[in-house]
Design a protein around this ligand. Structure first.
Ligand code: SAH
Length: 240
């Protein structure tokens, strides 16, 4: 069974968007993964197709109604559906490469995109929505966040990226940022490719790359190195 993503959104026309391009789009065409975007408004029950209401207790903005959203979730993913139910949310657990790996080996995901002030807490609790954030800033809606999540996950599905082994050295995979890359021309605006990379000595190249990765990480993300026993930032293959 291939990875199947369901998106619940007020803007289904935004999908697949960037997820339909390049290797991800090709993977979709090959049936390695699938995507369906469902219009939340289709589950409204009144004449005006209302999906939101004013916040209880007062305040600015509108809140997505729990009854409408629950109906959408239950229709897209009935109770026995094994896929995790995710809500994109700035209050969520920050997305990591580790969570992306876990999702990529699973059956897929049902992803709710919030809008306005957010979602009634009762539907988050009642449907066990896992809140995931893509960073410490606030977007206007969950759609772009859902695309970020899916892009990170889908490229890890076996067969989606051609060169499998290019992944192991990527940023975050081994607790380090990636080393710098170079390609031809040999001289660019007076700057040479570092000689070691054209030396043909693979041991020396590997050592140089590791040193560069360490140095970059030290400079830019010392928090990644502050982990006990040089543990990878993201333990791989953790069962969930
Ligand atoms: N009032 C909320 C923000 C609502 S933004 C708060 O202060 O927490 C509207 C919607 O955009 C959210 O419901 C969520 O689905 C999405 N969103 C905004 N920022 C996000 C982020 N950093 N990560 C994931 N989703 C985000």
């Amino acid at each position: 069974m291939s990875f199947s993503a369901d998106i619940i959104t007020l803007f289904p026309e935004l999908f697949p968007g960037p997820l339909g391009a390049s290797v991800l789009g090709r993977g979709m065409g090959e049936g390695l993964w699938s995507l369906r975007a469902t219009q939340l408004r289709d589950f409204a029950t009144d004449r005006h197709r209302t999906v939101d209401d004013t916040p209880s207790g007062g305040g600015a903005g509108m809140v997505l109604k729990p009854d409408i959203l629950a109906r959408a979730i239950d229709t897209v993913a009935p109770q026995h559906d094994p896929r995790p139910r995710i809500l994109m949310s700035p209050r969520g657990v920050p997305l990591t490469q580790a969570r992306a790996h876990e999702l990529a080996v699973g059956p897929g995901a049902v992803i709710v995109c919030g809008r306005f002030e957010g979602v009634d807490q009762r539907v988050i609790d009642a449907r066990g929505l896992e809140e995931i954030s893509i960073g410490d800033y606030v977007l206007a809606g969950g759609e772009v966040a859902a695309m970020v999540l899916l892009e990170a996950v889908v490229r890890l599905i076996p067969g989606v990226l051609g060169a499998l082994d290019s992944r192991d050295e990527e940023s975050f995979e081994n607790g380090l940022l990636e080393y710098p890359h170079y390609t031809r021309p040999q001289v660019f605006e007076g700057h040479d490719i570092p000689a070691v990379l054209t030396s043909g000595d693979h041991k020396k190249i590997a050592k140089w790359r590791h040193e560069q990765a360490l140095e970059l990480t030290q400079q830019r993300r010392p928090d990644l190195l502050a982990r006990p026993h040089g543990e990878p930032v993201e333990p791989r293959g953790r069962a969930r």
